[in-house]
Design a protein around this ligand. Structure first.
Ligand code: OSB
Ligand code: MG
Length: 375
């Protein structure tokens, strides 16, 4: 496997359907997650082995994609488009007739970044370029009762996180934000509504203006820009968009109409790193700000996020906590550590993750060979 035989080599695309219990249940306005289930992809050819992670989950609650649609799109469409190992941009061009399904595309796009970087012996961070050498790190805290949230915020402040984000939902925003601000008058603080409000709630959201928040993340509908622009005109708190920004052209449109001044970039949401880098540049050129979000990734997906978050254009602290916040044991043997609210990206090659194959197998319910071929 992976050796050249008579001028050809075997190539293989496999996936592990894994299940990992989260150390802490994570509650957003759309529900509580107690475990992370999803797919790790592995591409091996010519002695090079690359990995990526799909950020979908069991249910289509954050976006319309879920684990089942992603596997379908990857197996039935995307896997046949990578048999000659296109570079990530060429791959995106090739799959551009497939509407949406960005999380499925991202899993393969990032697999190709890792594959090419590992093959050439360069780190993903140096391939991306324009790095600052480290990522600034904030934390995303799920909803619980108020004392539990205050205690989580307190631990996070002590751990050195550079920004605290708390989840809110309709009817809970005042009590959560007032309690956190009361206890931590100076901490850089933001809130994430995960689409729970509508424009008619602008008065309620306006009451958050007094708390000196860095931004309100995704208050309105997942595919909305127009109402966010109307809301932005009524609030002094800046608006950050997450779900609504699905690619770089949506980012341009959002700035054009004043729907946001901040973007949470998740490579998984925008079909991978190519669009992520473009969005970061757009934010900078438009005088806005951006940061890198997370989807409770294992160490494999996390490493891509950290490399992106280390780029100079990414000027705000992201939701890229070290691995130990999520899982008792991760599927990589070299988890990230945070020092003074900073994480240094791996030195590579590729994302630099060292996958614990035995542990990955032990948390895998199903392993599939999606495709194998002579390359
Ligand atoms: O909206 O940013 C979000 C997790 C799952 C789905 C959506 C979101 C989140 C997070 C967690 O906020 C960020 C992380 O720590 O990975
Ligand atoms: Mg969000």
């Amino acid at each position: 496997m992976g050796e050249a035989i008579h001028g050809t080599m075997r190539a293989e695309l496999t996936c592990h359907r894994f299940r990992l219990t989260l150390l802490n249940p994570f509650t957003t306005s759309f529900g509580t997650q107690t475990e992370r289930t999803g797919y790790i992809f592995r591409l091996s050819a010519g002695g090079v082995t690359a990995y990526s992670e799909c950020v979908t989950s069991e249910e289509p609650f954050y976006s319309y994609e879920d684990n089942y649609t992603a596997l379908h799109i990857i197996t039935d469409y995307l896997s046949s488009m990578i048999t000659d190992f296109p570079d990530p941009a060429a791959f995106l061009e090739r799959c551009s007739m497939i509407k949406g399904h960005n999380m499925a595309k991202a899993a393969i796009e990032m697999l190709l970044w890792d594959f090419h970087c590992r093959r050439e012996g360069v780190s993903l961070s140096s391939r991306l370029g324009r790095g600052r050498g480290y990522a600034n790190v904030g934390v995303s805290i799920g909803m619980e009762d108020i004392p539990a949230m205050i205690s989580k915020v307190s631990s996070a402040v002590d751990a050195g996180y550079r920004r605290i984000k708390v989840k809110i939902k309709r009817g809970m925003e005042q009590s959560i934000v007032a309690a956190v601000r009361d206890s931590f008058p100076e901490v850089p603080l933001s809130v994430d509504a995960n689409t729970d409000y509508r424009l008619k709630d602008s008065e309620t959201l306006g009451k958050l203006d007094r708390y000196n928040l860095e931004y309100i993340e995704q208050p309105l509908g997942h595919d909305d820009l127009l109402d966010h622009a109307k809301l932005a005109a009524q609030l002094s708190t800046p608006i950050c968009l997450d779900e609504s920004i699905t690619d770089s052209s949506r980012a341009e449109q959002a700035f054009d109409i004043g729907a946001c001044t901040v973007i949470n970039i998740k490579p998984g949401r925008v079909a991978g790193l190519t669009e992520s880098v473009l969005i970061a540049r757009i934010c900078r050129e438009r005088g806005g700000h951006c940061w890198v979000g997370g989807m409770l990734e294992t160490g494999i997906g996390r490493a891509f996020n950290i490399s992106l978050a280390g780029m100079e254009d990414v000027d705000y602290p992201g939701d890229t906590s070290p691995n130990g916040r999520y899982f008792a044991r991760d599927v990589v043997t070299n988890p990230f550590t945070m020092d003074s609210g900073r994480i240094v990206p791996n030195a590579g090659p590729g994302t630099g993750t060292v996958v614990d194959e035995d542990f990955l197998s032990s948390v895998t319910g199903q392993k599939l060979t999606i495709r194998d071929w002579d390359a």
